[in-house]
Design a protein around this ligand. Structure first.
Ligand code: BGC
Length: 263
């Protein structure tokens, strides 16, 4: 079967958390791309082609990860990074038209929070927000056919695309996967720490197999910090996407064909 996974070692990819180095050689629209995660909040500036203009800034996600606390971190990033024209945010929960519907690994105050609108007021710039897995995938998918992205980090993210356009309210991490546990229970950060790499990889192979039989996707992409912990051989229609690929998603979020997802 083309999607069957088996065991074989993969190379680890380093995560960058270097200090900022701004460049002043750009013209055109500058986008501040933000990724809000359960363990870290990250930001960098991108030029119009999605090329990084700065190193990535990172702050630890506070214990009490409220909208107020995270907004203060983003505002501070904005000051450090300087001149930007618009903002893209990847958020770890369901987002519809800039409003948060779920936030499993952050404070409950996020539920029904108008993130795009409020952050735009705070920063004085237009803001687009989408689920973090959606943003990551926008930078990596080919744009042809049915494509599924899963992200392995604090939580388990998922995004589904038809010809490159994501379904905005798609959420899979909290659905039952096996033994009465959800995908996130079995494949999230806590599960990896508890079960260890070998078992976690075995579960991942099972999940990939199961997901193929749900979506019969044309391609599967796997992103997120723990993608570096994958040691199984992936099926030939699956590949790992790096955080760098994901960053480009911050630019794609502004594509005209995604206007409807935002307003
Ligand atoms: C959330 C998803 C998110 C994922 C990765 C899950 O807990 O429900 O919406 O994409 O974590 O951050």
């Amino acid at each position: 079967m083309p999607h069957t996974a088996s065991s074989k070692k993969r190379k680890k990819q380093p995560l960058s958390a270097a200090p900022m180095v701004t460049t002043d050689s750009t013209t055109g629209i500058r986008t501040m791309a933000i990724d809000i995660g359960g363990t870290g909040v990250k930001a960098m500036l991108l030029d119009e082609a999605g090329k990084p203009l700065t190193e990535r800034l990172r702050a630890k996600t506070p214990e009490s990860a409220t909208p107020k606390a995270i907004t203060a971190i983003i505002a501070d990033f904005g000051k450090q990074l300087g001149g930007f024209d618009r903002v893209s945010v990847g958020f770890p929960g369901v987002i519809k038209k800039g409003v948060v519907y779920t936030a499993a690994n952050l404070d409950k105050k996020w539920i029904e929070y108008a993130l795009a609108e409020n952050l735009s007021k705070e920063l004085g710039k237009p803001v687009r927000v989408a689920n973090d897995a959606v943003v990551q995938g926008l930078g990596g998918v080919s744009g042809v056919g049915v494509e599924l992205v899963i992200t392995l980090g604090t939580g388990m993210g998922a995004a589904l695309y038809l010809d490159g356009v994501p379904i905005p309210s798609f959420e899979m991490g909290h659905h039952p996967f096996r033994n009465g546990k959800t995908y996130e229970d079995e494949l999230g950060r806590r599960a990896l720490a508890k079960a260890g790499r070998k078992k976690w990889n075995k579960r991942l192979a099972e999940a990939i197999d199961q997901l193929y039989r749900v979506f019969y996707y044309d391609r599967l992409y796997i992103g997120g910090g723990n993608a570096a912990k994958i040691s199984i051989e992936l099926p030939k229609d699956a590949k790992i996407i790096s955080n760098e690929d994901g960053i480009l998603g911050g630019i794609k979020l502004w594509d005209r064909n995604l206007d409807d997802l935002q307003q």
